[in-house]
Design a protein around this ligand. Structure first.
Ligand SMILES: [Zn+2]
Ligand SMILES: [Zn+2]
Length: 263
């Protein structure tokens, strides 16, 4: 039984990132068949210096991405609103790049999968120490203050290796949430985290996100939330993880935005 009839999804990948399946058109068709009014396609942005270490769209495939988006927009114009986006990390030396992307796309999602720890570029999945948590927090705060990003994807991903959260860590969560409110950035409750809870990669079992402790603060502060499929397969647009995410949001009384308002 479907418990929620969601009408849009703004965090959607495609085959070009090399770890998702389906063309842009496949996701659009799936969304139309499920009565969606809007879909935002937001594949992992090509960044040449990350190409070696993360499975993401290559710089060479970017024109193909834009072409697939254009094709879908032209062909399905009457049926659904299609937004062009990318999920991208924040690095302070890329300011011009974000500005340039925003002239071609409708919005950007901040998905901070790496932190810069001195000379070391560290995956967020390996964040453990207080210092690393702080770098993540400072990075996403700096990013949100630029105004380039509309959504902060899986903001709580940095807590992935933490047991019980100390007051110091809860304070970091609060700081992130406050800056999101100040900048009108939507905090994303990510259904892919729920989907991945039993997921094993490179021999590691990934602990669960979303983290309730984070979302309880979001709820108290009435920060704007968006629920995303973070779809890596067209079937992810409407699945149990999405139902679970909506159920969690209802349970926590989150202020869920059903529609992305672009200025
Ligand atoms: Zn991905
Ligand atoms: Zn994503």
């Amino acid at each position: 039984m479907r418990i929620q009839n969601y009408k849009a999804n703004y965090h959607t990948h495609c085959h070009l990132c090399n770890h998702a399946i389906g063309t842009v058109e496949d996701y659009v068709v799936k969304a139309i068949h499920n009565g969606f009014q809007a879909i935002g396609i937001s594949d992992h942005a090509p960044l040449d210096f990350l190409e070696e270490r993360s499975l993401r769209m290559s710089v060479d495939d970017y024109p193909k991405y834009i072409k697939e988006l254009k094709h879908a927009i032209v062909h399905y114009l009457e049926y659904i609103l299609i937004y062009r986006s990318l999920e991208i990390e924040y690095f302070p030396f890329l300011h011009e790049h974000y500005q340039d992307l925003l002239t071609q796309l409708d919005y950007l999602i901040l998905g901070q999968h790496y932190i810069q720890d001195g000379d070391d570029l560290k995956s967020v999945f390996k964040i453990r120490s207080l210092n690393e948590l702080k770098i993540y927090k400072d990075t996403v705060i700096e990013a949100m203050n630029t105004g380039y990003f509309k959504i902060l994807a899986h903001p709580d991903i940095f807590l992935i290796n933490q047991g019980a959260l100390s007051q110091e860590i809860l304070d970091m969560c609060e700081e992130i949430i406050d800056v999101a409110i100040e900048n009108n950035v939507l905090l994303e409750l990510n259904a892919n985290g729920l989907r991945k809870k039993k997921h094993k990669e490179d021999g590691i079992w990934y602990p669960k996100y979303p983290r309730n402790e984070f979302w309880e603060i979001v709820s108290q502060k009435k920060a704007k939330t968006i629920i995303s499929a973070d779809a890596h397969d067209p079937n992810h647009l409407v699945d149990e993880a999405m139902d679970e995410a909506y159920e969690l949001a209802r349970h926590l009384s989150l202020e869920v935005e059903e529609e992305l308002v672009l200025d």
